[in-house]
Each structure stands twice: as C-alpha cells, then as structure tokens.
Design a protein around this ligand. Structure first.
Ligand SMILES: [Zn+2]
Length: 118
C-alpha cells in the first residue's frame, strides 16, 4: 500500500453548512484561508493541530488528530465541546462526502430560504 499524503477535511461554516476541502498534508495550513471558522491549522510530528471558532457556541475549540490514526480509522469527527454536535470531519474523502451530503441535503431548504436575498 502506498501512503498518499492526502487528507480531506470538512468544517461546518458560520452559515451552518459543511464545506469540504481535499488537500495534501503539505498544504494543510491553507485551511485557515478556505474556512471561515478555522483559526489555526498546522502539522507537527504527524499530528494535525486545529483550532476553530466554533460556529455553534462561538467559543474556541482545539483538536489534535494523529495522521496515522486518521488513515486507519477512515474518518474522525470533531464536535462542539459544549453541545457535542459535529463541527468537523477529517479523513477519507468518500466517507466525509457521504456524511455531509446527507446533512446538507437535509438542510437545503432552510439555507435556500436564508440565502435568497444574496
Ligand atoms: Zn462549540
């Protein structure tokens, strides 16, 4: 098996909708430019170090994911520390796509309504 240094990551945005990014570990830090909730995204010794302003409670949450564990697990979930609601998915692209497409489709009507003036 060839270890591909790729990772997919999806964050719940401030509009409540998940957005996914397919990136490489080498470009992981670009998450801070892509996602409005991400304040820090760094890799240190195979550990992904993420800091966000939570779109649910507004507090700062920090997450650490071992890249090796991510590969084995398929997908890992980071939740709001106060409410336990998922705010980020990281790992395998197809598995994340599956989770967020169900969520985004389910909420599509609400967000369609909220964004109708833009
Ligand atoms: Zn939170």
């Amino acid at each position: 098996m060839i270890l591909k240094p790729n990772v997919s990551i999806a964050f719940k945005g401030n509009n409540g909708k998940y957005v996914m990014l397919n990136t490489s570990l080498f470009q992981f830090s670009q998450c801070v430019y892509v996602f409005d909730v991400v304040k820090k995204a760094e890799i240190d010794g195979g550990v992904l170090d993420i800091s966000i302003i939570c779109p649910i409670c507004g507090d700062n949450h920090k997450y650490n994911f071992s890249y090796r564990k991510l590969i084995n697990k398929g997908v890992s979930i980071g939740g709001c520390e106060k409410f336990g609601t998922p705010v980020l998915y990281i790992g395998n692209e197809n598995k994340i796509q599956d989770k967020i497409s169900k969520y985004n489709n389910f909420h599509r009507d609400i967000y369609g309504f909220l964004s109708s003036d833009s």
